[in-house]
Design a protein around this ligand. Sequence first.
Ligand code: M6R
Length: 598
Amino acid sequence: MCGIVGYTGINQALPILMDGLEKLEYRGYDSAGVYMNDGVEEDLVREVGRVKDLEAVVDKMEIKGTAGIAHTRWATHGKPTVNNAHPHKSNDGRYYLVHNGVIENFKELREEYLSDIEMHSDTDTEVAVQLIGKFAQEGFSTFDALRLMLSKLDENSAYGFLLVDSKEPDMMYVAKSKSPLLIGLSEDGNVVASDATAVLNVTNTFLELHDGDIAVVEKDKVTLFDKDGKQFEREPFILDIDPSQAEKGTYPFYMLKEIDEQAIVTRNLIEHYFIDGMPQIDQPIVDAIKYADRLYIVAAGTSYHAGLQGRRMFEELVGIPTEVHISSEFAYDMPLLSKKPFFIFLSQSGETADSREVLERVNKLGYKSLTIANVMNSTLTREATFSLPLLAGPEVSVASTKAFTSQIVVEMILASAIAGGQTELQDQLSKLAVDMQVVIDAKDKLKEIADKYLLNAKNAFYIGRGADADLTVEAALKLKEISYVQAEGFAAGELKHGTISLIEDGTPVFAIITNKSTAGLTRSNLMETEARGAKAFTIVTSDLAKSGDDIVIPAVENPLLSPLLAVIPTQLLAYYTSLGKGFDVDHPRNLAKSVTVQ
Ligand code: M6R
């Protein structure tokens, strides 16, 4: 996590840095800071809180200059305080550093090399900049001091570093390993950012950085070095994203915009993945999956929940046994693998550290893998054998919505293509896109329920069976993460084996009902909660609806696709609950969008 942006060029740097920080806030927002140096004067400004808090301070100052670095933090080492905020500086005041990642052996390094140096923060990052300062004082050039510092980090450390030597303030030193960082190139100057969307207003031409790379960025030149200090060249790539896609427009929050975009994203996926009504997936991917005797879907959070839905598709359509695993568990508690395993990584960001750890292990074992991600050119897409895009456009809100639905659509397209292509799938998905819009347009009813029954709720439950049970955990996660209502997603039949004792007068319980064979059973389970005081609600497809049902959504011909509609009311319930409680919907407390620490 943490967002990094830096600029050196002919334009004023501050507006570029502040704009970049705002766009990077999804990566962390407990404090922010900026360092600028125009060759005569320098300014280091750091503030606790959001980027707008930093902006308020910066606005009152007359900071000028055409180069600078900035950072927005998601705390890992040390509380969100001014002293712990980045940039950090070396004690001699020469070096300024921002960092994304974790230095695992920072305590050992501090003891071994810096025992005589006064530290000003609790962070691992300060150790890095103090080491650079110390090595420079011993006679190393800035470049060599940086490399020497990097060589002291243990192999589990993750970093995106952006360093400025105040003696040459127009120059930025960059190093990357396991944390995202790229360089943007433009006629007027060059930028460094942990996410391309932060600097799309400056350029759409980027240089990818790989683990171990070091770069020296000047206003008219970028020089790349490998980890041994050997210079090399790499072709830049053009990122084809319209900068306005990453803007909120007239929406109060990104989350609502992103919920609204789900129909259009589904249409984009149809356009991309179908030719003449048949799903198209590159043959080597199809062959590799067909060759496997078991699929392992690995992911975290909402992406893991999309994997739960994918399991059914691969088992039903392709006939390959499929397991779904939480990446942070799988890395350190791997089950006995089958003889011919194939791994599918699901990720919106493509940078989730827990999933990257698994992929690294899978690569060491020599197995093939596929990453399905929204951010192409991300680490998980680069390091897997194959990758497929989610094409959801930038997802900015911390709560993932459109990435979830696009993951399910792509899993379905993939499973169908491997199964030989279902001619009816394109029509089913097109109809679904229309129906998504219908569900989205019925927002007001969800707002009413949220306002009346969820704003003051202490806890809430989602229940369902089969695919609906898998969906309940996503529904509950969404409610928890942005509205702070304790919520659980549960297999409806399991509730009576213990958890039902949590039901009190007025506890909201939502039953998701999209499957004919279990609809009656789920309704009975819902009634059992009602008999114990729950305020019961149904989210039900029209073919199974009865009078008195609360949220009726269109019936879906293919049951494997029903979660794509049923999830939308749950996203909106979470959104309106958070909104009604006056929370910053897009930036829930303690969270960050891209979780790049394990
Ligand atoms: O970028 P990823 O899809 O790999 O991220 C995984 C989770 O961190 C993410 O889905 C998280 O759970 C979201 N906050 C859910 O809304």
